[in-house]
Design a protein around this ligand. Structure first.
Ligand code: PLP
Length: 481
């Protein structure tokens, strides 16, 4: 068993013991009500000290996952396992015009108000921020490159950064050439360019539901229509529904996040991802892949972007460093393939180029290996935060509430029991200085009135724990409609 503890890792030993107990619980080796191994037994098995195991058990108790019984030992609590994943919504399967801007504005305002704890923003890198490393690199670049770093950069991106990104795809076995990459102002600009490459006003865009509201906002602003395809919180978009919808409607393009959906944290299994690309490419429909969270998947297995399965060059991948390095840098990219010329023209027209200084810093960050090292730790921290969040939700949210079990990223998707209104919940949370994101934002047709997205992507503190308990109590006290 001691092979499960890595003494060279920079994760604390007691945290590794916690992860081990979590893994035993997930695999079913430990069931609710089971007694945990005694301190001495586990310390022998793992070759760690008794105080290390004790620290882990005390932390598990504090997280409400285990219960200490006098003279008997520690026992696994049932609550966390009792909570179900949200069910699929029902759909009319008609394209709809999107109207979501007012609620988006209200939600942004709440996130950016001073003194509000921002559980309503998806900013996962905050959980283990590389800010110090990045500022060291920036100072060095400024002193070496001087005014050159302040100039306009090349329109489609700083070549060394494009090389680093290309290299990362090639290392995964995904065929990408440097000329396919266009650097953008975050993934949001990449998505805007991708959409305009393949569709225009009045066109129907298939989106998964729930989906990231930034995509819906683009569809709304471009005068396009959204066709919602149901997505489940475990394995992403439902392919049978997609095939039905593609057969019935003249869909101009699809936008999906197959690797870690925002808001549910779902991750499509590999076979499903391959099939998805096959279905849309067979119909010659461009597929825009929103892959901002791919690097934050918790799985140890390599998970490839949809781009890897494309045979006809119809997949446009959009991603960024916003979730893995620094959202304020506003550096993202597109993998364009067939749409290279159109995408480059749109980038030039929209913003000329992206910050050269920030691209130089990121290039150095990637080249040094610090980006990958920080990612390893970031994923560990996020996974642990997720477990803590789920256990607090199980203990403090209303009976009958459902929650997604994210497979990566930094947010959970919560569905309150029937009769509850998540917008009322959101507003009451803002009143006590905590923001969450109301579920309706994630649907083109105003679904998910009982849902909300809550972030665990921030440094974990007692204040955060208390905030989760507080919003759970508010949910319990909501009027039933
Ligand atoms: C799924 C998804 N796509 C795209 C974006 C936009 O990313 P960026 O900040 O790089 O523009 C976000 C940001 O929250 C997101 O969650």
């Amino acid at each position: 068993m001691s092979v499960l503890i890595d003494k060279q890792s920079d994760s604390f030993l007691y945290q590794q013991v916690i992860e081990l107990v979590d893994a035993m619980q997930t695999s079913g080796t430990l069931r609710p009500g089971d007694k945990l191994p005694s301190l001495r037994k586990l310390s022998r098995q793992l070759n760690v000290s008794v105080p290390t195991v004790k620290q882990a058990y005390i932390e598990l108790e504090r997280l409400n996952k285990v219960e200490a019984r006098a003279k008997s030992g520690f026992f696994l609590k049932a609550a966390q396992l009792d909570i179900n994943a949200p069910k699929r919504a029902s759909f009319t399967r008609r394209p709809v015009a999107v109207r979501c801007q007012t609620l988006i504005e209200e939600s942004y305002e709440a996130v950016h108000s001073p003194n509000v704890l921002p559980l309503g923003v998806s900013h996962p890198v905050m959980a283990h921020s590389p800010d110090k490393m990045l500022s060291r690199i920036m100072r060095r670049i400024l002193s070496q490159a001087g005014p050159k770093a302040m100039a306009y950069g090349p329109m489609d991106g700083f070549p060394p950064l494009k090389r680093q990104i290309t290299q990362r795809y090639l290392e995964q076995g995904v065929e990408v050439e440097q000329s396919d990459i266009v650097i953008t102002n975050g993934a949001q600009e990449a998505l805007a360019i991708a959409l305009q490459c393949v569709a225009g006003p009045g066109d129907v865009i298939a989106v998964e539901s729930p989906t990231y509201f930034g995509i819906l906002e683009l569809i709304e602003n471009f005068g396009m229509m959204a066709l919602e395809i149901p997505s489940c919180s475990e394995s992403g978009v439902c392919l049978d529904d997609l095939q039905d919808s593609l057969a019935k409607h003249n869909v101009k393009a699809c936008i999906f996040s197959s690797l870690i959906n925002n808001p549910t944290g779902s991750c499509m299994p590999e076979e499903k991802r391959r099939k998805l690309v096959e279905i849309v490419e067979k119909r010659k429909i461009p597929l825009i892949e929103d892959d901002v969270y791919g690097e934050l998947a918790f799985s140890e297995d390599q998970i490839l972007p949809l781009q890897a399965y494309s045979k006809k060059g119809l997949v446009i991948t959009c991603s960024s460093f916003s979730k893995t390095a620094a959202p304020s840098y506003r550096i993202g990219w597109l993998v364009t393939h067939r749409f290279e010329q159109k995408a480059k023209g749109l980038k030039r027209a929209l913003s000329c180029s992206s910050s050269l200084l920030n691209q130089m810093v990121l290039t150095e960050y990637l080249r040094s290996g610090d980006f990958d090292r920080n990612l390893v730790r970031l994923r560990q921290v996020l996974k642990q935060n997720k477990e803590r969040m789920l256990s607090l939700i199980a203990a403090h949210f209303p009976h009958g509430c459902c929650v997604s079990k994210p497979q990566g990223g930094g947010v959970v998707w919560v569905e309150l029991p029937p009769g509850h209104d998540a917008i009322e919940w959101f507003r009451k949370c803002v009143e006590i200085g905590i923001s969450i994101t109301p579920g309706q934002l994630f649907s083109a047709s105003g679904k998910y009135k009982r849902c909300a997205r809550i972030s665990y992507g921030l440094p974990w503190t007692e204040k955060v724990e208390q905030a989760i308990i507080d919003i759970g109590q508010i949910a319990c006290s909501l009027r039933k409609h």
